[in-house]
Design a protein around this ligand. Structure first.
Ligand SMILES: [Zn+2]
Length: 445
């Protein structure tokens, strides 16, 4: 069904960063953006036309979250106030090892519901080691645009038996998942080979993952330069920094996406920029795990391709793109000065830059004719937003998930008047509670 979104202020995030009063006509793709007063012609006039009244609203590209862990949504509140390596070994790994296919599906559904209702339309997700089909199936069923991959880990101190796998089995399973799922949902679903981080992966695993990812047109996604202690541990084991090691092992270039980058040096930033390697800033998770504040403004100035992400529920504890957007903009001021990462720049990180980082910049991330209709209609006239500055300032500094009215992916209305259309939210929350309780009992933590 075609949809006419009428009466809003359109924040396009196109190359000219146009913001205009306009109506937007969409099918599966964006058919027309017509400045107010212009005539909307409907070449597909025989189709039924749904009209969304967007007066008092901004119409924005859906948010792209380029680093999340759906498998950890059930761990929300179960791993608070711990440093990174302890957090992983004492909480996250035992919990992941205790996942069944059913609990993983419940976890993914919980995370997807939370993200969609807040206006996230595209994600890059890192899973756990086993049962990853359950996550892919949940992504497909939710209607979201998702690139996801099972976590790969064949070595590492403190890794529970349930998460240990051989190099060969890990590569084979990743390859199978990539072949089975890539392109499903009319191209909504993609795959990322996801070696977890340097300390949990052998050289053969990382090299094999990168080679296969590039050969199969997939992404390779891992964590890097997150916490000083983790960096130090990598140096002790491998004699070099993780970014250099990953680069040597083939994880570099436009299809490589590194989560975090908090500890990056100027030299590393220059290399990443030159080679086009992507870096995903996860400000809330970096704060909660005490990892530090990434030098986003400096990385941006150096030309590093950047995106934003919430990371996982146990290190955030929400998957809310608005919080990450706000934190990114605010923390840049603390790190690099008050004029750093102005609202309009921050907003692009959360939308078109995220899409570009995932290799999806031609398909989504901005409101341009021909791109897929991944859009969010958000109220900008509530008491906490009026009178505000310009509309982008309102979006970055004053609005939030509570203001999201409608969300479309591929032109399908997945959130209508703040309610999920494909998903029964109370059922997903209840199922999450139940599976969460059982998971903790199984994990014995
Ligand atoms: Zn992560």
């Amino acid at each position: 069904m075609d949809t006419l979104i009428r009466g809003g202020v359109v924040v396009t995030c196109d190359p000219r960063a146009r913001v205009m009063e306009a109506d937007v006509l969409v099918g599966r793709s964006i058919r027309a953006v017509v400045p107010r007063g212009g005539r909307v012609s409907t070449p597909h006039g025989i189709h039924p036309l749904r009209v969304i009244d967007a007066s008092g609203c901004a119409v924005i590209p859906g948010f792209v979250q380029a680093h999340v862990h759906l498998c950890q949504a059930l761990f929300r509140g179960m791993a608070d106030d711990l440093p990174l390596l302890e957090w992983l070994r004492r909480r996250i790994w035992p919990l992941e090892a205790a996942h069944t296919e059913a609990s993983l599906r419940a976890s993914a559904e919980l995370g997807l519901a939370e993200m969609l209702v807040a206006g996230t339309t595209t994600i890059l997700d890192m899973g756990t080691v086993r049962h990853h089909d359950a996550v892919m199936a949940a992504c497909l069923a939710s209607g979201i645009r998702a690139v996801s991959g099972k976590a790969m880990m064949d070595i590492g101190e403190g890794v529970p038996r349930g998460l240990r796998e051989s190099t060969r089995a890990s590569l084979r399973e990743s390859e199978r998942l990539c072949s089975d799922w890539t392109g499903q949902g009319d191209g909504r679903i993609g795959y990322a080979f996801a070696p977890r981080f340097v300390l949990s992966c052998s050289e053969a695993l990382v090299r094999g993952a990168a080679e296969r990812a590039y050969a199969m047109g997939a992404l390779v996604h891992t964590h890097a330069a997150e916490h000083p202690n983790e960096r130090e541990a990598v140096r002790q084991v491998l004699g070099d920094d993780d970014v250099a090691v990953l680069r040597r092992w083939g994880v570099a270039g436009p299809r490589a996406v590194l989560a975090h980058g908090v500890q990056l040096t100027d030299d590393e930033a220059r290399v990443l920029a030159r080679e086009g390697t992507r870096v995903v800033h996860c400000p809330s998770a970096n704060l909660k795990l005490g990892s530090g504040i990434a030098r986003v403004a400096d990385l941006d100035a150096a030309g590093v391709a950047l995106a934003l992400g919430a990371d996982g529920a146990p290190c955030n504890n929400n998957l809310d793109p608005w919080v990450e957007l706000r934190h990114a903009a605010l923390l840049a001021k603390v790190r690099s000065g008050t004029t750093s990462l102005p609202a309009a720049r921050a907003f692009r990180l959360a939308t078109i830059d995220g899409a570009t980082a995932l290799g999806l910049g031609e398909m989504t991330g901005s409101i341009e004719v021909g791109k897929r209709a991944d859009l969010v209609v958000v109220r900008v006239d509530s008491v906490h937003a009026e009178p505000g500055g310009d509309v982008v300032s309102k979006l970055v500094y004053a609005c939030g998930a509570r203001d999201v009215a409608h969300v479309l992916v591929d032109g399908e209305l997945l959130v209508r008047n703040g309610e999920l259309t494909r998903t029964d939210a109370p059922r997903v929350a209840a199922s999450g509670r139940q599976h969460g309780r059982e998971l903790v009992a199984r994990a014995g933590i």
